[in-house]
Structure formats: C-alpha cells, structure tokens
Design a protein around this ligand. Sequence first.
Ligand code: BEZ
Length: 213
Amino acid sequence: MAIRLGDEAPDFTAETTQGTVNFHEWLGDSWGVLFSHPKDYTPVCTTELGMAAKLKPEFDKRNVKVIGLSVDPLDSHMGWEKDIEETQGTAVNFPMIADSDRKVSDLYDMIHPNANDTFTVRSVFVVGPDKKVKLTLTYPASTGRNFDELLRVIDSLQLTAKYSVATPVNWKDGDDCIIVPAVSNEDAKEKFPAGWNEIKPYLRVTPQPNKVG
Ligand code: BEZ
C-alpha cells in the first residue's frame, strides 16, 4: 500500500554498503532521507549519489541521516561506488541498501509496474525523529532530483516542527514565514516576540524565527 504523510515509516533490516542496518535503530533521534535509484551503473543515479555525498555537511547540520537504495546486490554497489568517486569527485559517504529481494522497495511501494516492473522509480521519503513520514516525492527514472529543493523542504519541515510556522510559496531560507492557523494571536505573542503582520486573520507573516536577533 502506498505510504502517506503522517504514516509511521515502515521499519526494516537490510544489507547495506556499510553493514546491516535496522532502519529505526539506525535513525535514532535523527531525521532521515531514504531515496531509491532505478539501477546501479546508470548515469543520472551516478550524479545524484555524488551530489548527496557532497551535501553531507548540509545534511549533518540539519541532523539528517541519508540512506540510498537500489535493487542490485552489494558487490554491484561496491563496484559502482568506485565509479561515483572517480566521476563525481566524492566518495559515497552514506549506506546504500542492496535490495535485490525487493523487500524494502515493496515495503515502500518504490516499484511502479506501469512505469517499469523491474526497477524502482526515484522515490524520496523524509522521516522525522518521531519516525513519521514527513515528505514523499516520486520522480521518473529519467529526471534527476533537485537536492537544493530537498534541503529547502527539510528546512521548512524543521521550522514547522520547532516554531509552528509554515513557509509560503517559493520560500527560501531567511524569508518571512507564516504563523500556522492553529496558533492563536494570544499564543503568538509569546511564540513570536518579533511580532507579525496580519494581512488577513488567517495570513499572519513573521520573520523566520531562527533568524531573529
Ligand atoms: C539513470 O539513472 O540514468 C537512468 C536509470 C534508468 C532509466 C533512465 C536513466
């Protein structure tokens, strides 16, 4: 069954390039990004894995652990990682699940048979420290994902979790945020000492809370 926002991220134990991983245990108190790749030794995936590796300091800063998956076996992953390091200039620095029995792919509905009955699509699941699914993305095999967008969404999710703000259209780090409707004006006075601009009672704009003085 498809995984929906707010569902508990299904737990699993899997072989990876960094040893056996129990997903929930491995996540601990971190946020997580689980993302799938159609197949080893494919060009778009090679660039994505290189970028994910380069962005490790950005993921670390946000307390996010990254784990990749493709349905090829471990020895294939190991050989491909050498190519990724050679061509992308960064060694893969996160575990890659060897899902040749498709256990995890099936659990997360990553194989869409009407697109391709063998390979996974490009799925992304962002999981919160509460192990709940916060974001799902599904891209076709032929389109590489935008990792700047992934970091942007993680920033938005973390602001919502910590400060009860939402982020408006095309928001980027440092832009004003929106006070979520569930926060009353009375509570907002305490939560948002920098104040807010009430454009409409349901549209209250406040400076990004973690950038204020
Ligand atoms: C790729 O990762 O480059 C790719 C994989 C499957 C189909 C098309 C492209």
